[in-house]
Write a protein that binds this ligand. Sequence first.
Ligand SMILES: [Zn+2]
Length: 252
Amino acid sequence: MTGAVPDPLPDWLRDARRVTVLTGAGVSTDSGIPDYRGPQGVWTRDPDAEKLVTLSYYVADPEIRRRAWRMRADVRAPDVAPNAGHRALVDLERQGRLRALLTQNVDGLHQAAGSSPEHVLELHGTVHAVECLSCGDRTSMDDALARIDAGDPDPACLVCGGILKSATVSFGQALDERVLDAAAQAAADCDVLLAVGTSLVVYPVAGLVEVAAAHGARVVIVNAEPTPFDGLADLVVREPISTALPRLVGAG
Ligand SMILES: [Zn+2]
């Protein structure tokens, strides 16, 4: 079934007790965070911008790092706040029906909306922390941006002098195995997998949909554009996320 949110909701969705949610950039676009791969995405319009999040370029080129830090300063934009889609997933958790919230987003908006940090698995890391690529020392993005504001355009690790980078997973960098394992468990152990605002083209995350389906879960996809898994889904919704999600979780 493809199109609008069904009214009434199918029993299997309304009665689902363990819902694993997988979110992508589409959840955050209503909050003013750009979608990188969509039709109007940053990388679609400016392929060179992809270098900012590609590890080999980042390590090799100080100018790429300076540009990347300036991009990270955007996380402080005062108008970036959670939207109705994020809040609907907080409602799902309060209903006691959230198995896990897996996100490809690095913006921290699920936690800002009120989702419990222990329920959120950040598959691609977070922009709110910074890691040293040499010694692994972890500090806050706020501290790094304060150093940039103070005139250091490419701050080095204060422990070892190594290159610092946002604690996000860049191209060429592996996902955290523990986070990925926990995500796979949550996909294998749910009644419904709800994939929202993700194009489902990037592996290994896209494979989580197959894991859920292989373990008998129903699959719901909410995305503006078709995904490779629409044919496998029990329900595909094309409506805007911030209006569809509250109704899908019975909160609207
Ligand atoms: Zn270091």
